[in-house]
Design a protein around this ligand. Structure first.
Ligand code: ACO
Length: 448
């Protein structure tokens, strides 16, 4: 097939959230630390009736219905998630319930896990399948689902929760430029989940920030090298309409784009404007390691890239700022945000994507966009995503209730023999919810 990529997508995030401004005050952090310092507005979280399985059941059912896809037409289903529930039993097997009912059990794929990168691994698997000899002509389906929760402390405001589903096939409005992938993988302990009795990660926040930026530099070098090799000319930021980043929190996204801009300057100073050249010149001779720790460079490159950030990055930040870090879904929620804002102006435009998962694995790749044909058109994707209404329809919890919810979830994690409140008053019709877990840890869900 030609132009293999994303034909359709849908997003689900819990209707329950906490405002960063009130969380900041509640945590006794200085005013502005979460809203300006981290750049976040709001954080979604699952209450005791929702989890990564219910969210993925909700989003897959919704995608199939809204784009009128026959479940028999799915030939591969891949899930990316780092939220551990049954360890050896993949979330994908749970989703088979939807397809079994329609007599389709002929579906390849299982879960992919490596922190926030699992969704990208799942996406590559599906795209590679459609581009391969084993493709049987049916659609691939990718699901990214995560609930990001942290122990009390500085990482807690960087949580979030969501599930995204993407239908994969040829002639896609969001088509892969398969030749231009640049990957960087390495062994580091920046964020991992060795405590199996807890849902919370062990995280070295500062190390994870540096690893993220080093991985970004490395992927950008490889991406631009491949671009140059195939296009016969240097890549410049003018060649992309948007840069879309995995978004643990918005400040890191700002710093990431500034870093790309500094890379452009180092590679070929004619790629940045005159004003920026003067600002960045004093840092041209720093070693790589020095440059990650240099606060003056960070400040100068943030300033120099600010205007381009507003043009090429800002539109992608809507859902990540409002929902928080959705782990595997975060990058694709940023993609959904760009399409939401700019769908009328994306024909033949390039979107550069950066996926990062601690541990670590990372890839930069790109999409070429086309307006597409109904139902697989950018405008239909926007109406199915229905981002503005979903964001507005949420229910804001006070921080006390958020913390109380997390405490309940700590007790429930890995537990058996309990019933949930089954309080679905805040959920929209069609949302799946957890009703109980039996004496053998088997989980039961219903649909509102
Ligand atoms: N007003 C405005 N800005 C403020 C204020 C204030 N009152 N107070 C602090 N700030 C700024 C700081 O200067 C800092 O900005 P800077 O980075 O530009 O200097 C920012 O707010 C954060 O403050 P820190 O003191 O650096 O925050 P802290 O160390 O307490 O926690 C961290 C931040 C490390 C990101 C933490 O939230 C964390 O560990 N999160 C999880 C790890 C993570 O998300 N890593 C990213 C990649 S890996 C992944 O995706 C999981």
């Amino acid at each position: 097939g030609k132009n293999v990529g994303v034909l359709a997508m849908d997003i689900y995030f819990p209707p329950t959230c906490v405002l960063q401004e009130s969380l900041e005050a509640f945590d006794g952090a200085s005013k502005g630390k979460y809203t300006i310092g981290l750049g976040q507005d709001c954080m979604a979280f699952c209450t005791e009736v929702e989890d990564v399985i219910s969210m993925s059941l909700t989003v897959v059912t919704s995608l199939l219905e809204k784009y009128e896809i026959d479940p028999k037409q799915i030939g591969r289903l891949e899930v990316g998630s780092e939220t551990v529930i049954d360890k050896s039993k993949s979330i994908k097997t749970w989703l088979m319930k939807i397809f079994e009912e329609h007599g389709n059990t002929d579906i390849e794929g299982v879960d992919s896990t490596n922190a926030c990168y699992g969704g990208t691994a799942a996406l590559f698997n599906c795209v590679n399948w459609v581009e391969s000899n084993s493709w049987d002509g049916r659609y691939g389906l990718v699901v990214c689902t995560d609930s990001a929760v942290y122990a009390e402390g500085p990482a807690r405001p960087t949580g979030g929760a969501a599930a995204i589903a993407m239908l994969i096939g040829p002639n896609a409005p969001i088509a892969f430029e398969s030749k231009y992938r640049g990957t960087h993988m390495a062994h580091v302990y920046d964020f991992y989940k060795p405590i199996l009795a807890s849902e919370y990660p062990v995280v070295d926040g500062k190390l994870s920030q540096t690893c993220y930026l080093m991985a970004l530099d490395s992927c950008y070098k490889r991406y631009t090298n491949k671009y140059q090799k195939f296009e016969g000319k240097a890549f410049s930021n003018l060649d992309a309409d948007s840069f879309v980043f995995h978004s643990p929190y918005n400040k890191l996204v700002q710093k990431s784009f500034a870093r790309l801009y500094f890379n452009d300057f180092l590679r070929d100073s004619s790629l940045v404007d005159e004003n920026a050249k003067d600002k960045l010149e004093p840092f041209a001779h720093l070693t790589g390691d020095e440059s990650y720790q240099n606060r003056d460079l960070e400040k100068a490159s943030l300033q120099a890239s600010k205007q381009l950030y507003d043009e090429k990055v800002q539109p992608s930040t809507l859902i990540p700022k409002q929902v928080g870090n959705m782990y595997t879904a975060s990058l694709y929620a940023a993609l959904a945000s760009v399409i939401h804002h700019r769908h009328n102006n994306l024909d033949d435009k390039r979107l550069v994507m950066f996926s990062y998962g601690s541990g670590l694995s990372s890839t930069m790749f790109s999409f070429k966009l086309h307006s597409g044909q109904h139902p697989f058109s950018l405008s239909n994707i926007v109406s199915v995503l229905n981002v503005a209404e979903k964001l507005q329809g949420r229910h804001v919890f006070p921080p006390e209730k958020f913390v109380e919810t997390l405490q309940v979830m700590e007790h429930r994690y890995g537990a058996k023999d309990f019933e949930t409140s089954k309080d679905v008053s805040l959920l929209s019709p069609g949302t799946f919810f957890l009703t109980h877990v039996d004496s053998k840890y088997r989980r039961y869900y219903e649909k509102k």
